[in-house]
Write a protein that binds this ligand. Structure first.
Ligand code: DAH
Length: 367
């Protein structure tokens, strides 16, 4: 059976039939006596092996020496034989693996599985998304703007004129070597998300309802509750006849959606250059329900965000590009809040640094 493949001398149809019939017979006989896996593997190597297999020999001896007119007939028979041999091998293999082989491959279902860590939103992202979602449900869209901002958008257009003392409360890093540029074009790391109010108004006429989540930078020393880089969510609503009541109703709803329906809000006069009047919003303490505790410094209230009616001076800057922002025809409100502070309250985090340390023992708790 291991006979070497002899050279073919005749290439007519009958001679080819005979030669291939002999080979097929040999293959069938050999396949009939296969019993072990080793037998099957030996059969595979002997007939189909890439280097020394018999079919390989047939191909190199017969096909290559055949006269051109016989090549097609020979090739057809060769392919048919190959199909037969492969079929024989398949049925020998299909006879099934031995018990030992089965046992070696068996799965032990009592072994513990591979535990994959589930990804989870970072508490800051989670809070940003939650806030965006609350306002999206009120018909607000989401906006973004650059973190490296010009003096004009960050300060001047928000009604902090050059030299205005309110600028001192928002010191930040400035990009170096810009002395030759006019002040309004100089670049700095934005100190709040408010400049995106102006970018939004310049790019679309009223009405506007937009929330702007984003990262901001300030020259603030790090302590348990402050970080020089943090996040804000800004809001802007401009339309005909927008009133302070709309502002109160919107923020009261947002705080209830965020902290639970029993939370109350109250508004205190405050100052921001870009709103008039301006207010600070306090919510009833979510830790003690308003009775007074250490967290609310025994006042029952926690200050959470700034807001106000958009100052006409801000609309005047917007109207340079979009005349629709005429303060005689439209009005609006704006608000801004710190995301870390809200996340820390919601999730009971006492150190702002935990939010940035990347410690898996901390982050894993949000999975
Ligand atoms: N931009 C203010 C800040 O960073 C927050 C703020 C207050 C935003 C009042 C507003 C607003 O839009 O109306 O301190």
């Amino acid at each position: 059976m291991t006979d070497e493949i002899i050279n073919l001398t005749a290439f007519d149809g009958a001679a080819l039939d005979r030669a291939f019939a002999t080979l097929e017979h040999q293959a069938r006989t050999a396949a009939a006596s296969l019993s072990t896996e080793a037998d099957v593997e030996a059969f595979r190597l002997q007939w189909l092996g890439r280097k020394q297999g018999r079919l390989n020999d047939v191909s190199s001896r017969w096909l290559k020496s055949a006269p051109p007119e016989a090549k097609k007939a020979l090739g057809l028979r060769f392919n048919a034989l190959k199909v037969v041999v492969e079929g024989l091998l398949d049925s020998a293999t299909g006879a099934g693996p031995t018990d030992a082989a089965l046992a070696a491959e068996a799965i032990d279902i009592t072994l513990p599985g591979t535990r994959r860590l589930t990804g989870a939103e970072h508490p800051i992202t989670k809070t940003l998304n939650e806030l965006s979602g609350i306002f999206a449900a009120l018909g607000y869209s989401i906006g973004v703007g650059p973190e490296v901002e010009t003096d004009f958008y960050n300060f001047e257009s928000m009604n902090f004129p050059p030299g205005h003392p309110a600028r001192d409360t928002q010191d930040t890093l400035v990009v170096a070597n810009q002395e030759r540029r006019p002040l309004r074009d100089r670049l700095l790391l934005r100190t709040h998300t408010s400049p995106v109010q102006m970018r939004t108004m310049e790019s679309q006429p009223p009405p506007v309802r937009i929330v702007i989540p984003g990262k901001v930078h300030r020259n603030d020393a790090q302590d348990a509750t402050h970080s020089p880089i943090f996040h804000q969510v800004e809001g802007l609503c401009v339309d005909k006849n927008i009133t302070f009541s709309d502002l109160k109703g919107t923020l009261d709803h947002a705080m209830k959606a965020l902290f639970g329906s029993s939370v109350k809000t109250r508004f205190f006069p405050s100052f921001f250059p870009f709103t008039e009047p301006s207010a600070d919003v306090q919510i009833s303490c979510i830790f003690c329900g308003g009775k007074g505790c250490r967290k609310c410094k025994h006042s029952g209230w926690i200050e959470l965000l700034g807001c106000g009616m958009v100052d006409p001076a801000v609309f005047a800057f917007a109207a340079e590009k979009q005349p629709g922002y005429d303060p005689k025809k439209i009005s609006g409100f704006a608000f801004g809040m710190g995301v870390e502070r809200i996340a820390m309250m919601k999730y009971g985090i006492s150190e702002i640094g935990s939010l940035y340390a990347g410690d898996m023992r901390f982050l894993g708790q949000f999975a």
